[in-house]
Design a protein around this ligand. Structure first.
Ligand SMILES: [Zn+2]
Length: 305
């Protein structure tokens, strides 16, 4: 089951206690459905629990008969549920219940249905169940409402951005003749999911985010270390070239003992850090002491023709 379906399933398990809130959720579901007018009240969803909840709420709130049917789509795409109100009188009952004639040219949010602050979350839950999706956080942080009408999308944007108690900054963009109200910030998405009644999904999102951050930190650290290893390796290569040149031109035995010992040690241990080299000498010396001796070898080699 997708992350989005899981979040919706969680929302559909929310017990809506108050009558005003049940009405608000029903309103959100049908207002943001495919159509909401005298001619047609139609919701399509891939989510069975949403279809059942829509039908149940409409019957309860508006007392109208709702028809739910399902059809298998092409393999993999799963079942598509259609929720419709088929009788003209029934449709009138439903739209009137929320203060509409059903002949509106431009569909807007009727704020009279959100009179009590308790109802706003229920209304938005309905809207999300009807036209919302949330992307799997392993792929991306994205939550959106796909709204068929521009003014309705603008109204939804205002409701979201004016919420009390949670801070959400949604944005609006047109996509293929519809309007997308979306969120990109992971923490805002988690807050909104919790607000809509899906705290487990919100928690999962934050866990995925944490794992990603830890992994990024490890990657950063490993990149940093491998860059350092490269640096050590190229420095060692230069030192070894210099020592080979000295060996060839004048022989290592001609070197003073302190330089001869470090030269032999370096050739035998190209992977060692300066500190390790210093610790391996017969009389151990510091990192900077090793650095000093190796620099003397480099200078010496440079002077040789
Ligand atoms: Zn309420």
């Amino acid at each position: 089951m997708s992350f989005s379906s899981e979040a919706k399933r969680e929302m559909c398990r929310t017990e809506e206690g108050k009558d005003c809130c049940r009405k608000a959720e029903c309103y959100g579901i049908f207002l943001f459905a495919r159509s909401f007018s005298l001619e047609s009240v139609l919701l399509t969803t891939e989510h069975g629990a949403t279809a059942r909840r829509a039908a149940q709420l409409a019957a309860e709130v508006a007392g109208c008969v709702v028809n739910v049917s399902s059809a298998m789509r092409r393999s993999r795409e799963g079942t598509m549920y259609t929720v419709s109100v088929d009788g003209g009188n029934e449709r009138e009952l439903l739209v009137n219940c929320f203060g509409y004639t059903g002949k509106e040219i431009s569909l807007r949010v009727n704020l009279a249905n959100l009179d009590s602050p308790c109802c706003t979350a229920s209304f938005l839950r309905g809207a999300f169940l009807s036209c919302g999706t949330v992307t799997d956080p392993k792929k991306d942080y994205h939550l959106e409402f796909l709204v068929p009408h521009m003014n309705l999308a603008k109204d939804l944007l205002h409701v979201l951005n004016d919420l009390e108690g949670i801070s959400v900054q949604a944005a609006l963009v047109a996509r293929k003749g519809a309007y997308v109200v979306y969120l990109k910030d992971s923490e805002q998405i988690a807050d909104l999911l919790t607000y809509l009644g899906a705290p487990k999904s919100a928690m999962e999102l934050m866990q995925v985010k944490m794992v990603k951050e830890v992994r990024n930190n490890i990657n950063r650290k490993m990149n940093f270390e491998s860059a350092n290893i490269d640096k050590t390796a190229s420095a060692a290569a230069k030192q070894i070239m210099a020592i080979r040149k000295i060996e060839e031109k004048m022989g290592l035995d001609s070197l003073p003992e302190d330089l001869r010992e470090i030269a032999v040690l370096r050739i035998e241990n190209p992977e060692m850090s300066l500190r390790e080299l210093g610790g391996s000498l017969s009389a151990p010396i510091s990192r900077s002491g090793v650095n000093h001796r190796l620099n003397r070898l480099l200078e010496l080699a440079e002077d040789l023709l």
